[in-house]
Design a protein around this ligand. Structure first.
Ligand code: HEC
Ligand code: HEC
Length: 459
């Protein structure tokens, strides 16, 4: 057996942890006292490594200008997404350099698999197979529910699932360019429009100065004397914080309580859920998985797969002022590897979780939409009424898919409902149905208090 590379040890440890963490959604049945504690009492205190991660997460001195920490953009008060409503956040040494993509929430990232190009996710296959399918890892995580509850097994109706389709999946960021939370940490620290340190050596010097004692105590002097090892352990500490700190994955939304049989959905929410699931209506659940799994794990509202949806270009992103500039997701500008060179990946972005989505101010990778109604309308009208979705040129021609160069437009998903209709067809959802879907999306916000609702529902 080859000896295990020391660098892999934290990863192996994390793999175990994230499996353990995955059980939180099931094990942490909200108690009657849940409202007082936010729904996660009985939690082990943070480990020493996670406590170091916490200090790092909130430390502005780790940024080039000394004014910005991870929490500036990933605000714990707003489910680890920005509290303001800017399309893109301002970073850099003087906090005046606009980013190019919206800031994802850091909640519920723990079970994100590494980036890979694989068959349509194990999740989908498992869901299509019999409920008794023996599966592991992600497959198990999203296998059909064998539990008794308000909902039955998820029928995943993804049109291309039958063909052994190769799809990109997993990884961190909208383009999946790094594999894990721990590898991810250096990137914002040296990004010119985020924390904007000059380079990794600058980060290393700051870490030695500010955290030398902690790093030596936790990882040993050898680590502290090595730049790469220090930065790698800092990434590990930040990842441990995001995994161990319960507020990154509380599972306290109304929908979570509903799945556990402890809350009742309103009529509009119930209709919205049905439309969200219905393969001929919203079909949202084919990508944003919403069923509890056989082992009682709560759904993540993503299958972690990449899709090109063809969202309209957003002039509010300063980079878009250059007509030659395009954000093509996996194909760059921020990703540069063998996958970014493959034409079939251009325009594809990772399917985000919809947990806490109603608390976000801007939607999609480019922030083109500001209301959930508009996002939902995009899905159902992109193909039936493109003139209501995209701008027109001087001659009145609708500029469909205006945020992707023509040579990549064939990558855009026109197979999965509701994006499989033709101009003039009736949209899959009318305005009242869109309102119902949005009512359902609003049940996905953490911090729900079931007791008071139960009383209301009983009346
Ligand atoms: C200036 C705002 C800003 C700061 C500060 C910032 N981030 Fe981010 N973060 C972003 C943006 C924007 C993205 C998405 C970038 C992309 O997809 O290319 C992101 C993505 C991420 C992701 C991937 C999430 C996903 O959905 O795949 C993680 C994890 C993350 N950041 C952690 C951190 C950590 C840890 C820090 C501090 C070391 C930090 N961020 C600091 C803006 C910021
Ligand atoms: C084929 C897979 C697929 C289907 C079906 C699908 N989505 Fe999505 N969803 C995505 C992807 C991919 C993104 C990110 C796209 C981007 O940023 O370019 C996304 C983004 C979103 C967002 C924005 C989240 C954020 O944080 O910015 C919302 C809201 C959303 N979807 C709701 C829905 C609803 C409602 C439906 C059903 C009407 C639906 N989705 C159907 C794949 C899908």
């Amino acid at each position: 057996m080859p000896s295990i590379n020391r660098r892999l040890l934290p990863l192996l440890a994390l793999a175990g942890l994230s499996l353990a963490g995955a059980a939180i959604g099931m094990a942490n049945e909200p108690a009657a006292s849940a409202s007082a504690t936010g729904g996660y009492d009985d939690q082990a205190p943070l480990s020493a490594v996670a406590q170091l991660g916490k200090k790092l997460f909130f430390d502005p001195s780790l940024s080039g200008g000394g004014q910005m920490s991870c929490a500036t953009c990933h605000d714990p008060a707003n489910h680890y997404a920005p509290a303001n409503d800017l399309t893109v956040q301002l970073g850099g040494a003087h906090l005046d350099q606009p980013g190019i993509r919206t800031v994802p929430s850091l909640a519920y990232k723990m079970s994100t698999p590494s980036f890979s190009i694989g068959e349509e996710s194990a999740a989908d296959e498992a869901a299509e197979a019999s409920p008794m399918t023996e599966a592991s890892g992600v497959a198990l995580a999203n296998a059909p529910a064998a539990v008794t509850g308000p909902l039955t097994a998820q029928a995943v109706i993804k049109a291309d699932a039958a063909a052994a389709n190769l799809v990109p999946q997993g990884g961190m960021f909208w383009d999946g360019r790094v594999d894990s939370l721990e590898e991810q940490a250096l990137q914002p620290m040296i990004s010119p429009f985020e924390m904007a340190n000059a380079d990794a050596a600058t980060v290393y010097a700051k870490l030695k100065k500010g955290y030398g004692k902690d790093i030596s105590a936790l990882f040993g002097d050898n680590v502290l004397n090595d730049q790469d090892m220090t930065i790698s352990e800092i990434g590990f500490a930040l990842a441990r914080y995001q995994i161990e700190e319960p507020s990154f994955h509380p599972y306290t939304s109304k929908y979570d309580y509903y799945l556990r049989g402890k809350a009742v959905l309103t009529d509009a929410e119930t209709r919205g859920l049905k439309l969200f699931d219905d393969a001929n209506k919203g079909n949202c659940a084919s990508c944003h998985l919403d069923k509890m799994t056989g082992d009682g794990q709560m759904p993540n509202f993503t299958d972690f797969e990449f899709e090109a949806l063809g969202a309209p270009r957003n002039p509010a992103i300063p980079a878009n002022a250059d007509a030659r500039y395009y954000d093509t997701g996996i194909c760059g500008p921020l990703r540069n590897d063998t996958y970014s060179a493959q034409q079939q990946n251009c325009g594809l972005f990772k399917t985000p979780t919809l947990r806490n989505v109603a608390t976000r101010h801007v939607f999609f990778h480019n922030g083109i939409y500001r209301t959930l109604e508009d996002v939902t309308r995009f899905y159902v009208k992109r193909d039936t009424n493109p003139d209501e979705i995209y701008p027109k040129d001087a001659s009145g021609k609708v500029l469909k898919y205006d945020d992707l160069p023509a040579q990549y437009q064939a990558n855009i998903d026109v197979i999965d409902a509701p994006m499989n209709r033709k101009p003039g067809d009736t949209p899959a959802l009318n305005d009242a149905e869109i309102a119902d879907v949005v009512a359902f999306l609003k049940t996905l916000t953490d911090g729900y208090e079931p007791a008071t609702d139960g009383m209301k529902a009983a009346k």
